[in-house]
Design a protein around this ligand. Structure first.
Ligand SMILES: Cc1cc2nc3c(=O)[nH]c(=O)nc-3n(C[C@H](O)[C@H](O)[C@H](O)COP(=O)(O)OP(=O)(O)OC[C@H]3O[C@@H](n4cnc5c(N)ncnc54)[C@H](O)[C@@H]3O)c2cc1C
Length: 387
């Protein structure tokens, strides 16, 4: 059965589309032009319960699976919106749900589900270590009933629109651990208390309208109760959430790709040059057809990843491959769409250039394409590890 046609998912699609209809292209265009944050959209998504889809019912969420969550984010992008403004809440909640103590879960999850609190941010990347995460230099040193944080992070998104942030920091120096993946821990930082008291936030102007920041930690003190799970196991906990994150990103790219392909086909049917629709020329048709084929193929891998994850099987291979294929397919669809629109593709009012910039991000963040290729080479093809 084609999961795209699954009736349960169709109900979700229709619900998300109805909400997105309240936030048409004009809304996103203006937010983009103002480099603003779509507060009203995020609030509407929260109040409608879409962002708490995967929070278990006992904590006030809907207890749905990754497949359903992926449909929600896919539809936001399919409707022309930007799921990057809300997806953090879905990914970051996993870490808390899977590794948080019962006290942490029962305090935070119902508040996240109701929208009283937002957990939109996760701070992993650092300016001097990049993708080589085990070399991070941000430290958390225990002093009595506190941890003291020092260091720097970069590209940390939605900090200015979140109450809480998951932070990865070294609690044992790299030189003192047997395995480089050990000795890092994750903390739930209350941004409302931290900013201005040891945490400084510096926004980064960037190509997409994506609120992202450099963070400076200067003796930030957080209570020991902020630690999630066991000290020293944080990197493993982060890795644990990656398969879900990559699958959701894949679905977001599928949504973008559908938006581009539909937009391309519509324009190619409507635009008349040389006395006929441009879409009558094979030179215009074929890139759109190719983008459609590649997107459909990527979508199959996305569903495989959802199915493996939701049934509790190992989803690493499918999640990585789905993210790779979908990010590539949405980018090809974006290129075809821009080309189909000719000069008008560059005009803001067509929204193509905005979505073009937005979908390009997914070949770099949250994981770059090369790192997925190295995962496949090493873990699936048993080639020697390259780094
Ligand atoms: C808009 C935006 C939002 C972001 N949001 C967040 C966030 O909220 N939280 C967070 O923690 N991070 C975030 N990031 C960071 C993002 O995850 C990183 O940019 C990404 O993981 C790549 O790291 P880097 O930029 O340091 O690149 P580098 O690690 O410096 O790599 C640069 C290039 O070299 C390639 N490369 C590096 N090493 C190898 C190798 N061994 N083999 C082959 N190729 C290699 C990479 O693939 C990449 O193309 C965000 C980034 C952006 C742009």
């Amino acid at each position: 059965m084609n999961p795209y046609l699954n009736e349960d998912y169709n109900a979700i699609r229709e619900g998300v589309r109805a909400l997105c209809a309240e936030f048409p292209a004009q809304y996103w265009r203006e937010i983009d032009e103002q480099k603003g944050f779509p507060e009203a959209f995020v609030t509407a998504m929260t109040q409608a319960g879409w962002l708490s889809a995967m929070i278990p019912e006992q904590y006030g969420g809907s207890g749905l699976g990754l497949a359903e969550a992926s449909v929600i984010l896919e539809e936001v992008n399919h409707c022309g919106g930007n799921s990057g403004t809300v997806h953090g809440q879905m990914y970051n909640m996993f870490t808390l749900l899977r590794h948080g103590s019962e006290a942490q879960k029962s305090y935070y999850l119902p508040r996240l589900a109701s929208g009283e609190l937002r957990l939109q941010s996760m701070a992993v990347t650092e300016p001097t270590t990049g993708t080589d995460t085990t070399k991070i230099k941000t430290t958390a040193v225990r002093q009595g009933d506190k941890y003291v944080i020092n260091g720097q992070k970069v590209w940390i998104s939605r900090v200015q629109h979140s109450d809480l942030m998951i932070l990865l920091a070294r609690t044992t120096p790299l030189s003192e651990v047997e395995k480089k993946v050990d000795g890092m821990s994750i903390f739930l930082v209350d941004l409302r208390e931290a900013i201005g008291n040891g945490l400084t936030v510096q926004p980064i102007a960037n190509m997409v309208n994506h609120e992202t920041n450099e963070l400076f930690f200067d003796n930030l003190e957080i209570p020991v109760s902020s630690l999630i799970g066991q000290e020293g196991k944080g990197f493993r906990y982060i890795l644990d959430g990656l398969n879900a994150e990559r699958t959701l990103i894949a679905a977001e790219c599928i949504g973008d790709g559908r938006w581009f392909n539909e937009k391309s086909a519509q324009y190619a049917r409507d635009r008349v040059v040389f006395g006929r629709p441009i879409g009558q020329n094979q030179g215009v048709q074929f890139p759109i057809a190719e983008a459609h084929i590649e997107l459909e193929a990527a979508d199959l891998m996305r569903w495989r990843a959802c199915e493996e994850y939701d049934s509790g099987r190992k989803a690493g291979a499918a999640a990585n491959m789905a993210k790779y294929l979908a990010a590539k397919a949405s980018w090809e669809a974006a290129n075809a769409c821009l080309q189909t629109h000719g000069g008008f593709g560059f005009a803001n009012e067509y929204d193509v250039e905005r979505k073009f910039r937005e979908t390009r991000l997914y070949q770099v963040a949250p994981i770059s394409t090369n790192l997925i290729l190295s995962y496949v080479a090493e873990h699936l093809l048993e080639l020697p590890r390259s780094f």
